[in-house]
Design a protein around this ligand. Structure first.
Ligand code: HSE
Length: 418
């Protein structure tokens, strides 16, 4: 019987995730995996581990021939990329949780893996405790993967839950998310959607072979959502969540974005509260499948890192099948979205950009409309993020190009225009 590889780890970072991993490894001696050295930035900070374990010299880990795995859980994306590329070039396997770094350097990371033949695993970088990357890699053929709809950021989901269910203020909810170790050190990354779109860029790669910089994926966070939007949602028996979506269009391209969205109360994602994440996959024959688990926090994130470490014992690596063995898919640019927009003044709304408007409510202080736009009207402008305008996708927002004429006609008939 083949014996498992002995792993000796060099760990970068001893924050929420690094310390969590240290504790989790102490509780799993069966893995026969040890941390030889931990590289940290600040040597004066008190640490819950023996002082002899720590160093501030990265080369002590990167040049140590006994260390065969580098685990990198720091939050400086540039430093993380340096560490990861040196580690791979020095013949070490890598486990990383740095979503920003991975999303921004995807082409280089793919190339380094090709060049060195070494594994680079990053399950903790998306949806923390939910094993979504390995599932997308191994289980779903992209021909059958019709759509993915997910909550991928724990902090924003936590804030929305606390604000709209427990009536906390935005600031109080954010503070709590920070205290509990869910938020990024710069919480703007969570609140304004950057963290979610970074994770989405990573998942689009494993799901469809798409290699796209997160700057090219349409996104927003929850910073513009108003209490009045939550009231409209309640009235219509809906929730508001920050949702990442990918949907195959009839031309084979993938419509993908991260935006706040109304969610029907009987949809599985409406059940996802607080720091939990959820992923709904729709695939040929299987129909819908739902993955649910903690998406942020020390132990849930460490559990994914631990699982990657464990997988290295039997030399697991991503094959990137969708990228190298299939025809990789591309992001769609020609589709339509049905949106709800609330605003204080009509002057902020370019009404002429809408294909049609189905509902408008101008009676209250806070006005709103529901209408259909081509996606390029959003990707090419900023009016929907400025001047207190709040844009929330409707529950079934994506309209394929081939359906638009028929839907427009039906909508105008219903409105009595034709
Ligand atoms: N800040 C991230 C979140 C941590 O809230 O989801 C987990 O990636």
């Amino acid at each position: 019987m083949e014996t498992h590889k002995q792993l000796t780890i060099g760990l970068f970072g001893f924050g929420v995730v690094g310390e969590g991993l240290y504790k989790v490894l102490q509780q799993t001696p069966s893995l026969r995996t040890s941390i030889k050295k931990v590289c940290i930035k600040n040597p004066t900070k008190p640490r819950n581990a023996p002082a002899s374990l720590f160093t501030t010299e990265k080369e002590e880990l990167l040049q140590d021939e006994e260390i065969n795995v580098i685990v990198e859980v720091i939050d400086d994306a540039n430093a993380a990329f340096e560490i990861v590329s040196t580690a791979l070039r020095n013949g070490k396997s890598v486990v990383s949780a740095s979503k920003k770094m991975i999303a921004e350097h995807l082409p280089e990371i793919l190339e380094l893996q090709q060049e060195t033949g070494l594994p680079f695993l990053c399950e903790a970088a998306a949806c923390a405790s939910i094993p979504v990357i390995r599932n997308l890699e191994e289980y779903y053929d992209n021909d059958l993967l019709h759509s993915i709809k997910a909550i991928v950021n724990g902090s924003t989901n936590f804030i929305l839950t606390k604000m709209f269910e427990d009536k906390l203020s935005f600031q109080a909810a954010l503070l709590l998310a920070q205290q509990l170790g869910f938020a990024e050190s710069n919480p703007k990354l969570d609140v304004e959607g950057y963290d979610a779109v970074n994770k989405w860029a990573i998942l689009l790669n494993h799901a469809y072979g798409i290699v796209e910089h997160p700057d090219n994926v349409l996104f927003n966070g929850i910073q513009n959502i108003q209490l009045s939007d939550a009231l409209v949602a309640k009235e219509k028996h809906l929730d508001i969540k920050l949702i990442a979506q990918a949907k195959k269009m009839s031309n084979g391209e993938v419509a993908a974005f991260v935006l706040p969205q109304f969610v029907k109360l009987d949809e599985p994602l409406s059940f996802v509260k607080n720091e939990y994440n959820g992923v709904v996959i729709e695939s040929g024959f299987a129909d819908k499948q739902f993955f649910y688990g903690k998406g942020a926090g020390s132990f849930p994130t460490a559990s994914a890192v631990l699982s990657d470490i464990s997988a290295l014992r039997y030399n697991y690596r991503y094959e990137y099948k969708k990228l190298y063995h299939h025809k990789p898919l591309e992001l769609a640019t020609d589709f339509y979205l049905k949106v709800y927009v609330s605003f204080d003044d009509w002057k902020y709304i370019p009404r002429e950009d809408f294909e049609w408007i189905e509902e408008w409510h101008a009676e209250a202080d806070r006005k709103y409309l529901v209408g259909v736009l081509h996606v390029k009207q959003l990707s090419g402008s900023n009016w929907w993020r400025e001047n207190g305008v709040s844009l929330v996708l409707t529950a079934d927002a994506v309209i394929d190009n081939i359906d638009i004429v028929h839907l427009k006609k039906r909508s105008l008939e219903l409105a009595g225009v034709i």
